[in-house]
Design a protein around this ligand. Structure first.
Ligand SMILES: NC(=O)c1ccc[n+]([C@@H]2O[C@H](COP(=O)([O-])OP(=O)(O)OC[C@H]3O[C@@H](n4cnc5c(N)ncnc54)[C@H](O)[C@@H]3O)[C@@H](O)[C@H]2O)c1
Length: 253
């Protein structure tokens, strides 16, 4: 490792498991201090212990991304403790179950909840953290999905909206020299995906890829580290697919 994030601060939402855990371990391996935010306190405590076991440092904060007051409180606490925040990874998301089964028959409360967590929270948290991101000339990485390119589910629709929001955020936050990009993964092997995606879909989706192997959480963490690093610092205002060249640019569950 080159320790390219030594002395830098990285906040990962949804950091208690899956892709969020992979970002935490990857940025920590590069020397960064990890700030986890999630509703799963036990998961965050385990990830913090894993980060420390590899010689890194981490802290965790309970925060429900559907709750504006909790997001504001998290932003204030992080800005007070860390006047410079180098990387915000808006990774927390709802992606399995009802949100991934279409978009008819969902009432207003469900739609509002899905959009609150998947689309609006990334903006509200970035706004709350703007002073610290500005001080570091930091980068915001939103977590989209391949499903945003074929939004046949409420999930895909929330992520398609997040893609557009990423472009708007790049313009608005760019005034403070804060970059904003998004990563759109294909189907990646995380425990949640393994629990929630039916077994037939794994081979079907792999068959649509030009790269015929299973995508992993490490693939996504590697891309996040690159985009946030000095080597990726001329990349802004982009949604970057990491899906093994999936021909369909989407999937249905
Ligand atoms: N795994 C995949 O194949 C895949 C593909 C494309 C996009 N994504 C996106 O990547 C992200 C992570 O996916 P994952 O596979 O690691 O899933 P995951 O379910 O393991 O992780 C999601 C995390 O978000 C947290 N979370 C959920 N609701 C929250 C809330 N209201 N407030 C705070 N935290 C909350 C969960 O506790 C969990 O730790 C999601 O945004 C998902 O949409 C995943």
């Amino acid at each position: 490792m080159t320790h390219k994030f030594k002395g830098k601060k990285i906040l990962v939402t949804g950091g208690a498991a899956g892709l969020g855990r992979a970002y935490a371990l990857a940025f920590s391996a590069e020397g960064g201090h990890i700030i986890l935010a999630d509703i799963n306190d036990g998961g965050m405590a385990l990830v913090k212990a894993e980060v420390e076991a590899q010689g890194g440092s981490a802290e965790w904060h309970h925060c429900d991304m559907a709750d504006e007051a909790q997001i504001a409180a998290l932003g204030a606490a992080v800005c007070a403790a860390h006047p410079k925040l180098d990387v915000l990874i808006n990774n927390a998301g709802l992606h399995l179950g009802e949100i991934a089964r279409g978009f008819f028959g969902l009432g207003q409360a469900k739609w509002q909840h899905f959009f609150a967590v998947n689309t609006i929270a990334p903006l509200l948290l970035a706004e709350a953290l703007r002073p610290a991101l500005k001080a570091a000339k930091g980068v915001i990485i939103n977590k989209s999905s391949m499903a945003s390119y074929q939004p046949q589910t409420a999930y895909g629709i929330t992520k398609a909206a997040l893609n557009i929001l990423t472009h708007a955020m790049a313009a608005q936050f760019g005034a403070d020299e804060i970059r904003c990009v998004a990563i759109a993964p294909g189907l990646m092997a995380t425990e949640a995906a393994e629990r929630g995606v039916e077994s037939d879909n794994w081979e079907r989706i792999k068959a649509m890829q030009s790269v015929k192997r299973q995508g992993t959480a490490q693939d996504i963490a590697n891309l996040g580290v690159f985009l946030a690093s000095e080597e990726g610092s001329f990349i802004n205002n982009q949604v970057i697919l990491c899906d093994g060249g999936n021909a369909m640019r989407g999937f249905r569950m």
